[in-house]
Structure formats: C-alpha cells, structure tokens
Design a protein. Structure first.
Lengths: 170, 270
C-alpha cells in the first residue's frame, strides 16, 4: 500500500522556522505544529512541499535564511506544479472569484494558496497542513477535493490544549 | 483566557475552627492564611482527581462560632467538588490520590496550628438534618502501595507554583493521558522553560492494584525530537540563531497577507 502524503503550506513552514522565542502564542503554535508532525510521521507519511510554497518562502524574509530553508527542503519532496494542477488552480480561482464581491482596486489573480492546494489535490495528497483554514475551505468545495485540510497550529484532535502556562496564586 | 462557566447560584461551604472561648480575633493572620491555602489546595487536588477545572474559591465572611469561615464559589463544578471534599473528609482520605491525601494532611496540620480543638465542616449548603464533620488526619492506607520510578516521554502542559513555592507539573504522555506531579522548585523552574516541548522525565508513581497515581518528578530534560522533520526545523532554527538571523513568522505571514490583499480572498491568518 502506498504511503500517504502530507503537504506543508507556507504558513506552517514559516511557523516551524520561527526562532524569535519572544511571543508565547507563537511558541504555542509551533508546539502544535511539531505535535502534528510527530503524529503524522508515526503514520509513515511522505512530506511534500509544493513548488509554489518554495516560491512564497523565497519571496519574503531574511535573505540569509534561505540557506537554512534550503537544507530543510533538501530532505523533503518538492512537488512541481504540472499542467493538470495548474488547471485545477484556475478552476479554484474561477469558482472563488464568482462567489466574491471585489473591493475597489482589488486585483484578480491566482493566489499562492490556490496553487498549493491544486498541487496537493492533483498529486492525491491525503493531508494539507496549514495555519490558515478559511482560505482552503472554499477550495475543497470548488473542486470537490478529498484532501483533508489540517489546521496544524491547533491542538491535534483528541489532545488537550496547552492552557495553563504559569500560575502564581495571589 | 476563557471564563469558567458559573453555576446559577453560588455553592457555599462553611468550615469552623472550634475551641472553647475561641473567636476569629484569636486566630493569627498567618495561620488563617495557611488554613485557607490548605483548603484551596485540597480543592485543587480534588479537581485534578475528578478531572474538573480548579474552582475559584472566595471567602464570603468570617463570623463567631467559634471562628466560622464561609467560602463560596460560583463555578459550575463547585457543587461536585464540595461533595467530593465532604466525602474525602468523611472517609479520611481513604482511596483518594496521594496528592489529595497530602493536601488533606496539610489541611489537618494547618487546622491544628490555629490553636482550635478541631476543624468542623458544616453540612453542605445547610442540608437539613445533616451533622457536621470533624476533620481528622488521613488514615494510613491499608493497601500497600509500591512506589514505581520510571522514565516517561511527554510534553509539559502545565506548571503551577503557589505562594509557598509548592508546585505541580502536568505532563501529557506521548502515548496518551496525562498526570500531575509534585516537584521541587528547581524542577518547576526547569519545567516552566520547557512548556510545550517534548521532554523525558524521571517520575515516580504510587502503584495500586489497578491504577497508578503520579507522585513526583525527580528530573526533567528536553527530549530529542521524535520526528525527523521536527529535528530538521530545529536544526534550521539553531543555524539561523547562530548566524544572528531572526525569522519572525508573525511578521512574514502578515506581509504575505498584505501582498495578497489585492488578490482574491481574505485570510484569517495569525
């Protein structure tokens, strides 16, 4: 039986790379992302990064960080955006634009997220890990995809939330 | 932070330090504080045992007779916890978790320190016909319990330190479930820095025939990531930090969002 694939989106990678260690909420999100990685790795998943994620990662952030990012990506399969996936991205964009009232001056265009989701869909990925639920939900409907969108920045199902940080009773 | 659900009417519990000619003014403030703290700790231990939220207890009033302390709580779980408190005092801690028994022992010692003859617990919510209980020291457990020392793989999900630097650490085990352990201050401070991280901890359990109750954490350290992907990201973070590179995901995600504002769909990132 073929191993299931789990696709990482840009937000998840950015959070996993965060080394600021100043904001407890970021540390918490990173902790949940790591928990999700651990759980899925136990299921023997193949990690995949769609090529549009590579583009988005390179489009912002410190230039010096690219080396470190490249090393991480070196151990992960990078999935190219092929013609079929590009068509799916177009279909997603058309469907979402149809259901949306545009603001003045707003551009039309295919978002990175649409390209990422279309790549995940086209390759038959089982999961797409993100920190950004709302963008992907319409995409699932738009192309009746079987890809499961996992909010990796939340506690994995069945796990208790990390709620108590430190208490000092008065 | 979420607010605890409140019950429709406050739950009341009255405890009284009894003694001939004893009045509230005869109780030293420090002894009173310790008595209240020990009471609250007993409720915390019961809440952990019953897997309920810790109740928020308030002192409503202090009256004569000999020195009556009326405690109230508006938490929804409070009636269950007050019943549990009543039961555990009545049974002298028999069958309770080691933590609850320790808390009950502390309450007993705190009551003795006030100089009263006994600590009386009045019937819950003034139930008619019910007689008050008098707190006595927890009974020795007849059933021999084996203390088991072991290594657990877990994540730190809670650290509590009270005013007396007594504390507890909650671990969520990698293979499911969680436990609340006692620890000394050094371990507590170390655990506080490891919140959310995978750890390996040397712990002790009191082992009964069927269940085991968490006792103490003797040592705790950050564990190497079990996932190769987590390890790869950890290495990347370490490399960036060593080179003085700051990778701020919040700023980057906000910038990504701004870039796409002119695009198609709004996002709920961050």
């Amino acid at each position: 039986m073929a191993k299931a694939s789990a696709v990482l989106d840009t937000d998840v990678i950015r959070i996993a790379l965060d080394n600021t260690d100043t904001d407890p909420s970021v540390a918490l999100r990173r902790s949940y992302v790591e928990l999700t990685f651990e759980r899925l790795e136990k299921l023997g998943v193949i990690w995949v990064v769609p090529s549009p994620v590579v583009a988005e990662l390179g489009s912002g952030g410190p230039a010096d960080a690219l080396d470190a990012i490249a090393k991480v990506l070196g151990g992960i399969r990078v999935q190219s955006l092929d013609e079929e996936a590009a068509r799916a991205a177009g279909q997603i964009t058309a469907a979402t634009l149809k259901n949306r009232v545009r603001r003045e001056g707003e551009r039309d265009g295919v978002k990175f997220d649409a390209l990422v989701f279309a790549t995940a869909h086209q390759m038959g990925a089982r999961w797409l890990l993100t920190g950004n639920r709302r963008d992907y939900e319409p995409y699932v409907k738009a192309i009746s995809s079987r890809v499961e969108v996992v909010i990796a920045t939340n506690p994995p199902p069945g796990q208790q939330a990390i709620s108590v940080i430190m208490q000092s009773k008065p | 932070m979420t607010r605890k659900p409140k019950s429709p009417s406050p739950t009341r519990l009255t405890i009284a330090i009894e003694g001939e000619g004893l009045a509230p003014k005869d109780i030293r403030v420090r002894d009173l504080i310790e008595l209240l703290e020990a009471t609250a700790s007993t409720f915390d231990a019961l809440a952990a045992e019953k897997q309920l939220d810790k109740p928020s207890l308030s002192l409503a009033k202090i009256t004569n007779g000999s020195a009556r302390l009326e405690l109230v709580s508006e938490d929804r779980a409070a009636p269950r916890l007050v019943d549990a408190f009543w039961s555990v005092v009545k049974s002298r801690g028999k069958g309770a978790t080691p933590r609850t028994r320790r808390a009950l022992g502390r309450l007993h010692r705190a009551a003795a320190r006030t100089g009263g003859a006994a600590l009386r617990i009045d019937p819950v919510n003034d139930k008619r016909g019910a007689k008050p209980l008098y707190l006595t020291a927890p009974v020795e457990e007849e059933q021999a319990k084996i203390e088991e020392a072991t290594l657990v793989f877990a994540r730190v999900v809670g650290v509590n330190i009270d005013v007396q630097e007594q504390g507890s650490i909650t671990l969520r085990y990698d293979d499911g479930g969680s436990g609340e352990f006692g620890a000394d201050l050094e371990i507590l401070m170390r655990a506080a820095a490891l919140i959310g991280h995978p750890v390996e901890a040397n712990v002790t359990f009191a082992k009964g025939e069927e269940v085991r109750h968490p006792l103490n954490i003797e040592g705790i350290k950050k564990r190497k990531p079990q996932s190769s992907l987590v390890a790869a990201f950890e290495e990347a973070r370490r490399e960036m930090t060593a080179k003085g590179i700051v990778y701020d995901s919040t700023a980057l995600i906000a910038a990504d969002q701004e870039d796409e504002e002119g695009g198609v769909v709004e996002t709920d990132r961050g």
